[in-house]
Design a binder for this molecule. Sequence first.
Ligand code: FAD
Length: 481
Amino acid sequence: MTSPYDLVVVGGGPAGSTAATAVALRGHRVLLLERETFPRYRIGESLLPATVHGLCRLLGVADEVARAGFTLKRGGTLRWGRDPEPWRFSFAATPRLPDPTATAFQVERSRFDEILLRNAERVGVEVHEGSPVRRVLAEGGRVRGVEYTAPDGSARTAYGRFVIDASGSTSRLHGEVGGARVYSDFFRNLAVFGYFAGGRRLPAPDSGNIFCAAFDAGWLWYIPLRDDLTSVGAVIAPEHYAAVQADPRAAWRDMIRACPDVDRLLTGVPVATEPPYDRVRVRKDYSYGKRSLWRPGMALAGDAACFVDPVLSSGVHLATYGALLAARAVNSALDGSLPEERGFAEFEARYRREYGVFHDFLVAFYDMERNEESYFWSAKKITRVDGDEAAAFAELAAGVASRDASVLGAAAAGLGAAVDRLATGDGRGNPLLSAPVVRDAFRAGNELQEQALYGGPLDGPDPARAGEPAVAEDGLSWVLP
Ligand code: FAD
């Protein structure tokens, strides 16, 4: 069986475009098969600086993204925890990085994803839209390619030395790797979301921030996409599913009315009527992982592999970072710098570590609300989760409880974000965001930015990672020390 392609990528979202571009940039032959025709709608509109200034720069698309006119995001504003006053975190305190990189964007995903996909084409990826992949072709335990339907309806096959499944949460192929998905008990939430044709903005410089506000039934996001477009979504307990399914629009409006912090920003503002923003959509069962992320010849990246709750806007970062890790493994195997098993093992270890810090942080973050009267929030109490999550909280609580200035100061130095209270401005940072687990959550993002800007980490390698392969200067493969 011949392999005309070095890599076949399934899915043209951020994960698929990243993996395909990162391998094509090394001169390899890459085919990307996308089910839909772009532009197409997606949720996941609030980005992190690591994506905008790290990943996009590595892929050669940062300037185009910067010129696209997306809303500048300097951080987040939250009404969370027992404190009735909102507080903000700002990317601007990111250590060692020049100020322009301490920002991200709120994006219409149809436009952002298309920029990434067209860039993939420009660097040589063969992109076929309207081409859903039906199944994976394997021989002798190794994945060799895929079978797909061409736009004319005919069945086709494509062979490649490697296949990356980046076909998102609705992937039909992920079961080929690591068996069934493992769903989170803790993050078994439901999201119902839609759009308003406008909406008030927070005062400058926070007008582009994502605003997240907790209320009895869960929490709401409020994302300023354009002057005349705001994304508003509710994350609530799955027990509401029947009511939401019966009338999603009415349920969505009820949730907004139940959260005065958000409701007052929308008084008198009409809902959006322009497609695709005229619909109210529902998503559930979106937090999961896999027992394994690769097998010989194939890896999973992005939502095909894993996702965890949207409150910190980590989805596109995890998707693109995971895809870059998978691409590094493929590039390393193709150029012989690292055997396939070693490269994929490295991919999986780093991907799990990044997913893990966001997961653990989010568990602790949810526990801050502690509203005993609310079903949603009492179900999120940390005592209800498993040992690993409790251990993560203990680490967090230790940092918080000690209030030791040197501990908090040292943690904050590696944090990559500044936090303060909006109302009093008393300079007291929210201790949760100064904890070691948070520093870890931002570490890979900082490293990505440093790689893109300076061709490698500014610090020496982390001692805990001694013995790991080093990242090549262009960020696209690994080399053994
Ligand atoms: P996708 O963007 O879903 O792309 C997958 C692509 O594969 C699609 O284009 C699809 O058409 C294609 N495809 C599917 N099946 C096939 C097939 N068989 N053959 C060929 N192509 C196929 N993330 C953030 O960063 N910020 C946020 O604010 C945020 N908010 C969120 C809110 C909610 C409620 C949810 C559920 C998620 C949110 N996310 C957020 C997460 C974000 O949506 C995803 O993590 C991100 O879109 C994953 O990118 P991806 O490339 O893996 O998948």
